[in-house]
Design a protein around this ligand. Structure first.
Ligand SMILES: C[S@@+](CC[C@H](N)C(=O)[O-])C[C@H]1O[C@@H](n2cnc3c(N)ncnc32)[C@H](O)[C@@H]1O
Length: 266
C-alpha cells in the first residue's frame, strides 16, 4: 500500500497526466480478466506491462510465469521454436541435444521440450543464463509446463563458457541485441520495466551475439543448426562469422529479417 501511494509522487506532473490517460488495449483487458484482475486502477500501474501485473505470459500456447528478472516472451520469438521443431523432424533427429542460451523465462527451450514430448521424441536440453533469478523462474516454469521434467539441465553460464564439452544439434539464442544508443528510445513500458541485461547488446547491438558465434564451432554437431534472434537493423554483414560457419537470414511473422540460421560449412 505504501508503495502504491508513493508512486505518483515520484513522477513529473506531465508523466502523471500521461499515465492517467493510459487506455488498455483489448488484449490487455482480456489478459487481466483471464488472470482474475478485471478491475484495475490505471493510475497506479503507470505503463507497467500487464504480464508483469499478473505474473503470466502466453508463449507458444503455453502459460509462462514472468517477473521483473525476465523479458516478457515476444510473439516473434515463437518462430524460433517452430524452426527448431521442424528441423528436428526434417532431419529425423532421434534424440536431439538442444541448448537455449539466455533462456530468461525458459520460453524457447521449454516450448521445444513440450512439442517433443507430444511427439514422443526424447531430448536433452540445457537452459542457461547469467541471471540466477531468471534460471530459478525457468526451473519453476519447467515444473509447471512439463509433467515430468527429465533431461533438462539449468546452467548458470556466460554464453557457453561453462557448458560441458558436448555437441548440440540445436542451439537457440535470443540474447540482448538492442544497440546501446537505442535503449533510451524504447517505449517506457520496455525500458522502465524489462531487465536491461536482457536488452543491451553493446555499442552496435552485436557484441553478445558475435561472442556466441565465436563459440559455436566448438559446440555444434555436424548436422546441427543455431537459430539466433537479431535486431531488425542488422543483416548478415553486421556479424563476425567464424571461418568454419555459414549463415542465412530468415524472416519473422511480420516479414522482418529476424533470425540468423547458422551451421558448419559443408
Ligand atoms: C532478450 S532476453 C531473452 C529471454 C528468452 N530467451 C526469450 O526469448 O524471451 C535475453 C536473456 O539473455 C540473458 N543474457 C544476457 N547476457 C547473457 C550472456 N552473456 N550469457 C548468457 N545469458 C545472457 C539475459 O539475462 C536474458 O535473460
Amino acid at each position: 500500500m505504501e508503495n502504491r501511494s508513493a508512486l505518483p509522487n515520484t513522477l513529473s506532473p506531465l508523466h502523471k497526466k500521461r499515465i492517467q490517460k493510459r487506455v488498455l488495449t483489448p488484449y490487455e483487458i482480456n489478459h487481466l480478466r483471464k488472470y482474475g484482475l478485471p478491475q484495475i486502477d490505471l493510475s497506479t500501474i503507470g505503463e507497467k506491462p500487464v504480464e508483469y501485473i499478473t505474473g503470466h505470459a502466453e508463449f507458444y500456447g503455453l502459460d509462462f510465469l514472468v517477473n521483473s528478472s525476465v523479458l516478457i516472451p515476444r510473439l516473434e520469438s515463437e518462430m524460433i521454436v517452430r524452426l527448431a521443431v521442424n528441423y528436428i523432424q526434417k532431419e529425423e533427429l532421434a534424440h536431439p541435444s538442444i541448448a537455449d542460451i539466455g533462456t530468461g523465462s525458459g520460453c524457447l527451450g521449454l516450448s521445444v521440450a513440450a512439442s517433443l514430448v507430444k511427439q514422443n521424441t526424447p531430448y536433452t536440453i540445457y537452459l542457461s543464463d547469467t541471471s540466477v533469478p531468471a534460471l530459478n523462474l525457468a526451473r519453476e516454469n519447467a515444473g509447471r509446463i512439463l509433467s515430468s521434467p527429465v533431461n533438462l539441465f539449468f546452467q548458470e553460464s556466460h554464453l557457453m563458457d561453462d557448458y560441458p564439452r558436448i555437441k548440440f544439434d540445436i542451439i537457440l539464442a535470443n540474447l540482448p541485441y538492442i544497440p546501446s544508443k537505442n535503449i533510451t528510445k524504447l517505449p517506457r513500458s520496455v525500458r522502465d520495466f524489462e531487465p536491461l541485461s536482457a536488452l543491451n547488446g553493446g555499442p552496435d547491438g552485436t557484441t553478445v551475439i558475435n561472442r556466441l558465434l565465436s563459440q559455436i564451432p566448438q559446440y555444434i554437431s555436424d548436422r546441427g543448426i543455431a537459430i539466433i534472434e537479431i535486431d531488425d537493423t542488422h543483416d548478415l554483414n553486421s556479424f563476425s562469422l567464424p571461418e568454419k560457419l555459414q549463415a542465412s537470414l530468415t524472416r519473422d511473422l511480420f516479414d522482418v529479417p529476424r533470425f540468423l540460421i547458422v551451421s558448419l560449412k559443408v
